[in-house]
Design a protein. Structure first.
Length: 203
């Protein structure tokens, strides 16, 4: 093939490839309606459709930014109550404490330790120790502080918002309070038998 013919063949091939890309681009940018755009397809003249009765919301709340929104909140009233509360919105029951203990042992104890003193097995392997829940500052901290730390992270601790539901975060807060009380309960609140076991019986 002569150089001139080769050049012409190359130019023709390149032009055909450009056409292929144009067709591909048309596939990428298919005709579609923008939100709230007008449309003659529906009686009300709008392209956006109202949710059907009984539609379940799946992309609201802190989970909406994970897994393409599939983990979004499914109970909006509960979500709003949990997210806006300044203190624990749940009644402190044994079941709530057991749920909090379960979630705490899974997500928190590896660093904070089972008793909340910041000496978890991750820390013993060289990870920086978190503060003990039993220091005065955290004993005096409001419930919301612990909820927000779990929700947004703090220092080197990352957010657990896409791992622990708001309800479970409040259950953990309740359990943290139980841990704090277990280490700082006034002796006057103990029974005589409990005081004797702790050495406070003679005081």
């Amino acid at each position: 093939m002569r150089p001139c013919q080769a050049a012409c063949a190359l130019a023709a091939t390149l032009s055909l490839l450009g056409g292929c890309e144009k067709q591909m681009q048309d596939m990428y940018d298919q005709p579609r309606y923008k939100p709230l755009a007008a449309s003659e397809l529906f009686v009300d003249g709008g392209a956006s459709r109202a949710p059907l009765a009984g539609t379940v919301v799946h992309a609201r709340g802190e989970f909406s930014e994970s897994s393409s929104g599939r983990k979004g909140d499914r109970a909006s009233d509960t979500w709003y109550r949990d997210e806006s509360a300044s203190s624990n919105p749940y009644e402190i029951t044994l079941d709530l404490l057991r749920q909090g203990q379960n979630r705490f042992n899974i997500y928190c104890a590896p660093c904070h330790s089972p008793v909340g003193d910041g000496d978890g097995f991750i820390v013993r392997r060289g990870f920086p120790a978190p503060p003990s829940y039993h220091i005065d500052r955290l004993r005096a901290a409001p419930d919301r502080h612990f909820f927000d730390v779990m929700s947004h992270g703090y220092g080197i601790m990352y957010s657990y918002a896409d791992r622990v539901t708001p309800a479970d975060r409040w259950a953990i807060v309740a359990y943290i309070r139980a841990l704090q009380l277990s280490q700082h309960v006034p002796a006057t609140q103990l029974s005589p038998q409990e005081r004797a076991r702790t050495g406070e019986g003679a005081r």
